[in-house]
Design a protein around this ligand. Structure first.
Ligand code: ADP
Length: 461
């Protein structure tokens, strides 16, 4: 979704020299001017057309404009078979599936370009986990043996350990921070002061919200660095993860600023203080997407029977590892055992942007012993970026996984309700994973569990 801002920008500000349309809308006609562009190819075989692609008489990326999307993929595979053979990698694609499971007409113009097939990922299901008094099953796509089994054990401990898990969204807002350049540092300081004046914020907000029916601009935070201003715009985005929405709205804000500050130059729509898909203290401290806190209390008995360790060992392992160990490593947002494992597996299953696992995995895991001798645990995750509409969420398999959780599509009663539920489910999967891995480490059973789930005995198919 990040790359789509270039598409949005080029639509709103048509460039003198065309910006590469990374995510083009679905075109209806071809724009190629080569002689084969007008030729009727309907009688030609796939092999013949692949030859035309190889000899550059037809541009690969125009295949979907000329043929139905499934046939376009078949032709492209033939062309790539030829190209890969010339590099000594003949038949490499023969085991890459392309039939039956993916509707290429949904993918085209939305999710991927130059498509030759799809990579099947196993999806495991964990749960039920009791979250906010509701039973939830969570699909996880992964190739890491042990992860699903281990998370399932954590879910069991949460659900049987007491009253389940309870979570809250404590902050909500996706961000975009354009880099704006002024002629001097003093002019940059003037612009910061202008943006911080409440009546001016209302003008920026009105401009932003004229571009979207779901997005609401909630803040505008300028940071000055010399002549540059990084304007971090935050918006709530309903059930969308919101990168397209906030990027489009940001352009409208920039238009207002351009009129007020004619000498201002837009350096980049994303000035990196957003911060998207990069490790940054900004997201850890300020939050991005959904900021979630989740907690659970697990009885001493369940810690001993299901997690097979003791409360004291869990508290100590968490302290020595997730707090002291991460501090010694100079960690930023990594005060956890393996949040990224669960975040990424749920992201892949539910059509989220997997590159956003960088900031979405920010998490501090805290463990204490209660006065009753039970185990209290929480995960605080300030920047979970998820949506249930847009991106990969409408592809059939990913939509099925969202449906299994109970948060597919837009929430018509309460826009944003589905995305908020998904964020809390990501946090629940993370906490289940934290519980189980910490317990395995506390009981020193990690390696033996991995040997059982990751390493098939020799000779066994
Ligand atoms: P993103 O902004 O996450 O990149 P998209 O722009 O791909 O997502 O998808 C959001 C689109 O879905 C917008 O056009 C928006 O109007 C539409 N939409 C429909 N229902 C909802 C909803 N409940 N919440 C947010 N957006 C919605």
């Amino acid at each position: 979704m990040y790359v789509c801002m270039f598409w949005i920008y080029s639509r709103i500000h048509p460039p003198a020299q065309s910006i590469h349309p990374v995510c083009s809308s679905k075109p209806s006609t071809t724009t190629s001017t080569s002689s084969t562009s007008t030729e009727d190819l309907s009688q030609r075989s796939n092999d013949e057309i692949a030859q035309l692609v190889i000899s550059h008489q037809i541009k690969d990326h125009t295949l979907e404009k000329r043929f139905d999307t499934h046939r376009a993929v078949e032709i492209r595979r033939l062309a790539f078979d030829h190209k890969l053979s010339s590099l000594g990698n003949a038949s490499a694609l023969s085991s890459l599936p392309y039939q039956h499971s993916l509707d290429y007409s949904s993918v085209y113009g939305a999710n991927c370009e130059i498509v030759v097939g799809y990579v099947p990922l196993p999806v495991g299901m964990v749960g039920p986990v009791t979250l906010n008094n509701e039973s939830v099953y969570i699909p996880m796509a992964t190739t890491e043996g042990c992860l699903v089994a281990s998370t399932n054990r954590g879910c069991k401990a949460i659900s049987q350990g007491g009253t389940g898990a309870h979570s809250r969204i404590v902050k909500d807002g996706i961000t975009r921070a354009p880099c704006l350049r002024l002629p001097s540092a003093m002019a940059a300081a003037d612009m910061k002061a202008w943006c911080e004046t409440p009546v001016h914020f209302q003008r920026l907000k009105a401009a932003f919200e004229s571009t979207t029916s779901f997005g609401k601009l909630t803040s505008c935070a300028p940071t000055v660095a010399g002549k540059n201003v990084y304007l971090r715009l935050t918006c709530v985005s309903g059930d969308a993860m919101g990168m397209n929405m906030v990027s489009k709205g940001s352009l409208a804000v920039i238009d207002v600023l351009q009129r007020e500050f004619p000498s201002m130059v837009l350096v980049a729509l994303s000035g990196n203080m957003c911060t998207d898909k990069k490790a940054a203290a900004m997201n850890w401290i300020e939050g991005r997407g959904k900021s979630v806190v989740i907690e659970t209390t697990i009885s001493k008995k369940v810690v001993e029977t299901i997690l097979k360790t003791s409360v004291g060992r869990m508290v100590s392992t968490n302290y020595q590892k997730n707090l002291i160990g991460s501090a010694m490593a100079g960690s930023m947002g990594g005060f956890n055992a393996h949040a990224s494992n669960n975040v990424t597996a749920v992201f892949l299953a539910t059509g989220q942007d997997p590159a956003q696992n960088v900031e979405s995995s920010n998490c501090i895991t805290l463990v204490e012993e209660t006065t009753d001798g039970d185990l209290w645990m929480s995960c605080t995750m300030p920047s979970i970026e998820v949506g249930t509409v847009g991106g990969g969420t409408s592809l059939a398999a990913q939509a099925a996984c969202l449906k299994a959780i109970g948060c597919q599509g837009g929430n018509s009663n309460c826009p944003g309700g589905n995305a908020k539920k998904l964020a809390q489910v990501v946090a629940a999967a993370t906490m289940a994973g934290e519980l189980s891995l910490l317990a395995a480490l506390a009981a020193n059973e990690l390696v033996s569990a991995h040997m059982q789930h990751n390493r098939k005995p020799a000779g066994k198919k």
